[in-house]
Design a protein around this ligand. Structure first.
Ligand SMILES: C[S@@+](CC[C@H](N)C(=O)[O-])C[C@H]1O[C@@H](n2cnc3c(N)ncnc32)[C@H](O)[C@@H]1O
Length: 244
């Protein structure tokens, strides 16, 4: 009997930014595997619950790949024992968090998993400092990069990196055309997500050259977010949502 692994975002540190879903998963967990960036107050809170807690962040001088294998095996071991495991990560697990690597591993091992997104530092840390990322007159886009890349890599984002487009439902035909003209391959994967995370969520997967027709047939009406880039292919592997 397999247990289950919840890959959970703990938010940026303030326990008030843990989601209700995260707290519920923690409450029912047998084992918590937590990362370095999970806030101290959150760790203290979980300690009061008398859960088995294992530090699963990187140790100093440790090679990332070896440690990742070790963490994967820990998740697998407890899940195969039938345990409920919470893999608790700072911020959101799918934002520079290797949550994707762990989810892919579990999925390939046939271990039941669920992703519980967290409040990412991307927007919450600036917000606590009184900084809005967008403003009707000052900025209508946000570039998220790591400081490990150089500016040349940043410039490649429109051609290679992931693009998340908000409010793009009605302008999708022009966006796809312009991205192809700008050098993005016509077979670049695209996901169009309507009413994401709600009971009515719909996910339409296509590529730059056919997504417009698929979206037209689906007659979307609600709030829509578009993701462009190879990461969209993970949707097949992790298969977390209803797709058209
Ligand atoms: C490996 S990334 C993980 C990001 C995380 N998954 C998220 O969604 O926020 C770690 C980096 O996120 C940023 N970060 C995360 N939490 C933060 C916080 N509370 N304050 C400032 N920066 C934070 C720092 O730049 C840190 O080096």
């Amino acid at each position: 009997m397999h247990g289950k692994v919840y890959i959970v975002g703990a938010g940026p540190g303030d326990p008030g930014l843990l989601t209700v879903k995260a707290i519920r998963a923690i409450e029912k967990a047998d084992v918590i595997l937590y990362d370095k960036l999970v806030g101290d107050e959150i760790i203290e809170m979980i300690k009061q619950m008398n859960k088995k807690m294992i530090y699963a962040g990187k140790r100093s001088n440790e090679r990332g790949l070896e440690r990742q294998k070790e963490i994967n095996e820990l998740m697998k071991k407890y899940a195969l024992e039938g345990k409920i495991v919470v893999r608790l990560k700072g911020g959101d697990p799918f934002v520079f968090g290797r949550g994707c690597v762990e989810a892919e591993f579990l999925s390939k091992e046939g271990i039941p998993l669920e992703i519980i997104p967290g409040v990412s530092s991307i927007n919450s840390v600036p917000a606590y400092a009184g900084i809005p990322l967008t403003h009707p007159e000052l900025s209508s886009s946000v570039l998220v990069v790591t400081g490990r890349d150089d500016i040349e890599a940043w410039k490649q984002t429109p051609l290679q990196g992931t693009i998340v487009i908000l409010m793009g439902r009605d302008t999708l035909p022009g966006i796809c055309e312009k991205l192809i003209n700008a050098g993005r391959g016509p077979s670049t994967p695209v996901a169009v997500i309507e009413k994401g995370t709600t009971r009515e969520q719909r996910v339409i997967i296509g590529v730059l050259e056919d997504i417009v027709e698929k979206v037209r047939r689906a007659k979307l009406k609600g709030a829509t977010l578009v993701v462009v880039g190879d990461v969209v292919n993970f949707s097949n592997i992790l298969n977390g949502s209803k797709k058209i």
